[in-house]
Design a protein around this ligand. Structure first.
Ligand code: PRP
Length: 213
């Protein structure tokens, strides 16, 4: 039997995913150890795990370097890779939003927006082109997106909002919600056919485990 490979997104998502797998009797405890080892193995279940940058997880899965991946819906949408999204894991829930200064609240439709700052250029472009049919300049930033409207880099931002605390503390508000985001399980298209029995079993065990939590 060949090993199935699972790619986890480094960070908070990985910790929650590990708990989920452990609750499903799949051993990925080795990932918690502070070693430089990149891949750990559950010999009993013939599963290998590795941690990757969230944005790279869909890439590993599309190419079949990982059969399964755990990653946020935001990253799936932004990367636009060819793969199956098989399960909503529910955790790491937040919203992808357009946000900006309070003065714009309820006025987005009357406003001409010229520049949008975001870590998610594809999602922002799709939203403004398809939903609002506007041509705007997307400015890619790598973090602290809320700064952009405060210092005049852009009128609005497209970013994740979890508790809303960052927006509030910077006098910004949600102007529109683009999508509900949470962690998802993704599967390589070929693996889903070739290893359907084992993969479906993992999906089922994880799903049951989620229901019981
Ligand atoms: C994320 C996101 C927002 C913030 C939202 O940033 O980009 O800035 O969290 O959370 P809140 O609604 O609970 O305040 P993150 O902390 O990941 O850092 P970043 O700004 O460097 O991307």
């Amino acid at each position: 039997m060949r090993y199935l490979t699972i790619a986890l997104s480094k960070g908070r998502l990985a910790e929650m995913a590990m708990e989920l797998f452990e609750g499903a009797d799949i051993d990925c405890s080795g990932l918690k150890e502070k070693t430089r080892k990149l891949i750990i193995t559950d010999e009993k279940n013939k599963i290998k795990f590795f941690l990757a940058k969230p944005a790279d997880v869909p890439t590993y899965v599309e190419y079949g370097a990982a059969d399964i991946g755990i990653v946020g819906k935001d990253t799936i949408q932004e990367e636009g890779r060819d793969l199956y999204e098989v399960l909503n894991l529910g955790f790491a829930a937040c919203r992808m939003c357009v946000a900006g200064p309070m003065e714009l609240e309820g006025k987005m439709d009357q406003m001409t927006i010229t520049r949008v700052a975001t870590k998610y250029p594809r999602i922002a472009r799709d939203y403004f082109q398809h939903k609002r049919r506007e041509s705007i300049e997307i400015i890619k930033l790598n973090g602290s997106i809320e700064l952009a409207p405060l210092v005049g880099l852009s009128e609005v931002i497209v970013d994740l909002v979890e508790t809303g605390k960052t927006l509030k503390e910077n006098n910004l508000v949600v102007l529109d919600t683009i999508a509900d985001i949470s962690a998802r399980m993704i599967v390589n298209r070929v693996s889903m056919k070739m290893e359907s029995e084992r993969i479906n079993k993992i999906i089922e065990v994880v799903r049951k485990n989620l229901e019981n939590n």
